[in-house]
Unconditional design. Structure first.
Length: 475
């Protein structure tokens, strides 16, 4: 792939921030300003102008475009953080180890599926100073382009050094062979000189037997014999040099294999460290949730104590009735069984997929138990169960992120959602439900999802009222 086929920047955005419902470009939108600034500074970029999400070749086209780009620019907005496509694009950028620059147009929170990749990255805040934000973005891209150019130049120089070294080794090998040939030629010259000396001795000899002996000795040193010896020595020398070259090539191949093995070991080590860090983060989140539970439980106990002082006889009767309720006892047993299943899964060596299944089932069953507590008016048990549900949801979502995006870019501790963030998300779901004017199962499900993330009496009252309306319509 040549440099001309590449892009400097891949722009990841939500089309709802760029075009209206009629597919017309929104006047004065920030994305258009960013595109113009990139063009003015001669920065090439890939941008989905027409919207190819509905096409069959979309995944391949997007992946190729990200691979051919040096920088991945994520336009962070409420719309883009809710988009499944931008989440997938960030996952692909992480796989290709691209430089990711988050550019925040509002204060929306990152989607949970991408928070592991970009939570610890420096972002550019457009809200504070609009024009300065775009200028900072352009400066960052140009600086990174210069670094890439220098890196490319170093790679070219290293390749040239390797080629020069290889040529030097070849020349050295040729020189050694030529030296061996020169030695052989010297040996042949010595043989010729010896032959001449013997011929001179033959002329001076008068004894016939001595002449015959020298003649026989001279005949054995024929030119054919000399040629044969020379060829044999030359072939031996060439074979030896070829053997040396072959051994060197084998050593190079072995070294390359060792390098690959080391890279695989480093990759596995990084993944192992990431899982350990996630485990530590989960443990911390569980401790925080337990502290919240203690606070809630203390408030609940205090409230129950005050109520019991005003009507002790009635409270005692209700408590006895609740304690002896078979429905509540079954729910408590079910909650204990779910706790045991989770503890057992921690002891067993389960895969990420198996762990995800355990926690996914636990969330559903915990919610069922909580419904029983509500129907039986056991708020003390419900308040005790709520932190478990929040913790289980957080662990389930984190495991799902590890399964969907297996290659993390950083081994630093991920920033898990806080209780306040769950509250914000629950309020968003509640607002979506409020917008639906007519009673429906979808509206009821939105209220229930909001109540799972962060329970409030207000949402619970809406659920009960809506449930009654739906039941009346069915009748």
């Amino acid at each position: 792939m040549t440099r001309e086929e590449r892009y400097d920047v891949f722009i990841s955005y939500s089309r709802r921030d760029y075009v209206d419902e009629n597919n017309n470009i929104i006047k004065g939108n920030v994305i258009s300003k960013i595109k113009q600034a990139l063009t003015d500074n001669k920065i090439s970029f890939w941008f989905d102008e027409k919207g190819i999400y509905s096409g069959d070749d979309f995944p391949k086209e997007i992946a190729v475009a990200i691979e051919k780009s040096d920088i991945f620019l994520f336009i962070s907005t409420e719309n883009s953080n809710e988009s499944k496509w931008t989440s997938r694009e960030i996952g692909v950028a992480n796989v290709y180890d691209k430089k990711i620059i988050p550019f925040k147009l509002d204060s929306s929170i990152y989607n949970q599926s991408i928070i592991l990749y970009i939570a610890n990255l420096d972002f550019i805040d457009y809200q504070k100073t609009h024009q300065q934000g775009i200028q900072t973005l352009i400066s960052s891209i140009l600086a990174y382009k210069e670094d890439i150019k220098k890196q490319h130049q170093r790679e070219i120089e290293e390749q040239k050094e390797k080629e020069n070294l290889s040529k030097q080794q070849e020349l050295q090998l040729i020189g050694e062979i030529e030296t061996e040939l020169e030695k052989l030629y010297i040996d042949v010259a010595k043989i010729d000189l010896n032959k001449r000396n013997l011929l001179l001795e033959l002329k001076n000899l008068k004894n016939k037997e001595e002449k015959d002996r020298l003649t026989s000795q001279i005949n054995t040193i024929s030119s054919n014999e000399q040629e044969k010896i020379l060829k044999e020595e030359l072939q031996k020398s060439i074979k030896e040099k070829n053997r040396i070259v072959e051994n060197k090539n084998k050593e190079v191949v072995n070294l390359q294999e060792k390098v690959k093995q080391k890279e695989e070991e480093i990759k596995k080590l990084k993944q192992t460290r990431l899982l350990k860090i996630i485990g530590i983060a989960f443990a911390g989140f569980v401790i925080i949730s337990f502290i919240i539970f203690l606070i809630v439980a203390t408030v609940s106990v205090s409230s129950n104590f005050n109520a019991s002082s005003t009507s002790s006889t009635t409270a005692l009767s209700e408590t006895t009735s609740t304690t002896e309720s078979e429905t509540v006892l079954n729910a408590i047993e079910k909650e204990e069984r779910i706790d045991n299943d989770i503890e057992q899964s921690k002891k067993e060596k389960l895969s990420n997929e198996e762990l995800y299944s355990v926690y996914k089932t636990a969330v559903v069953e915990y919610a069922q138990v909580r419904e029983v507590y509500r129907e039986e008016n056991r708020k003390d048990l419900e308040n005790k169960l709520q932190p478990k549900i929040i913790t289980t949801i957080a662990i389930r979502d984190s495991i799902k992120n590890v399964i969907d995006e297996p290659k993390p870019k950083t081994t630093q501790q991920p920033k898990l959602p806080t209780v306040n963030e769950y509250k914000i998300k629950a309020e968003k779901l509640e607002k979506q439900a409020d917008k639906l004017s007519t009673p429906s199962e979808r509206k009821l499900n939105l209220y229930k999802q909001a109540n799972v993330l962060y329970r409030t009496d207000r949402v619970e009252k809406k659920i009960n009222e809506l449930q009654k309306q739906l039941n009346n319509e069915k009748k």
